[in-house]
Design a protein around this ligand. Structure first.
Ligand SMILES: C[S@@+](CC[C@H](N)C(=O)[O-])C[C@H]1O[C@@H](n2cnc3c(N)ncnc32)[C@H](O)[C@@H]1O
Length: 199
């Protein structure tokens, strides 16, 4: 009963923060993925579709929130360079806590176009003035952090995606507010915990 009530509350909140549904035209499995536990599984099938639907160039990608590298490897199939920024110690919402930088670095060693940076997004965004073709935000799922990191990512990329827009109302709200502030288009893919897209 409690579970049903919680689910209904979530649906009500999601309705309040309306994001137009993203509908993929064609799903494609990327050539390379890595076998790690991740809530991102399933989203790899729509990345190429997003790049095609919005005419995104395949030069540079930046990701905030790498963890064990699943999404970074997905992006490495499509972009010349992928930068992955993470504190690599987990956060209040991740199952894994503790330093996993070496573990991730070792499992990504063969992906020569991925560069990892052990850094808090707060320090990163103070110094990086580059523009990217694509960005991904999947850090701690609070409003403040998602908004702050996400606003920078949206202002420094042509297209930015956000994971967990359906499982965390705070992330969904941040995505909605960033799109409003920047005047960009916003969509949501309502599967695999939700993927917000600002373009
Ligand atoms: C949900 S996991 C990322 C999952 C990953 N995208 C995947 O494909 O499985 C969130 C990650 O964000 C990182 N993180 C949390 N707060 C951060 C911050 N302030 N700056 C940088 N990274 C942060 C955590 O260390 C954790 O590895």
């Amino acid at each position: 009963m409690r579970k049903i009530l919680k689910y209904l509350k979530k649906l009500r909140l999601q309705k309040k923060v309306y994001l137009k549904e993203y509908i993929p035209i064609k799903k494609t499995a990327p050539e390379k993925t890595i076998p790690v536990v991740t809530a991102w599984k399933g989203l790899e099938l729509i990345i190429e579709d997003i790049l095609n639907q919005f005419n995104i160039e395949r030069g540079s990608c930046i990701e905030f929130g790498v963890e064990f590298g699943f999404s970074s490897v997905v992006f490495s199939n499509y972009f010349k360079t992928v930068k992955g920024v993470d504190i690599f110690i987990g956060d209040e919402h991740t199952t894994h806590k503790g330093d996993h930088y070496e573990q991730t670095r070792n499992s990504l060693v063969d992906f020569k176009n991925i560069e990892l940076f052990k850094s808090d997004y707060r320090d990163w965004i103070k110094k990086d003035t580059n523009q990217y073709d694509f960005a991904h935000v999947d850090i701690v799922h609070n409003y403040k952090e998602t908004y702050e990191c996400g606003l920078w990512a949206v202002q420094h990329s042509k297209c930015c995606i956000f994971h967990d827009t359906d499982s965390f109302i705070e992330v969904r709200r941040a995505v909605y507010d960033i799109a409003k502030k920047t005047g960009k288009r916003v969509y949501n893919y309502p599967h695999h915990h939700g993927l917000g897209i600002i373009v």
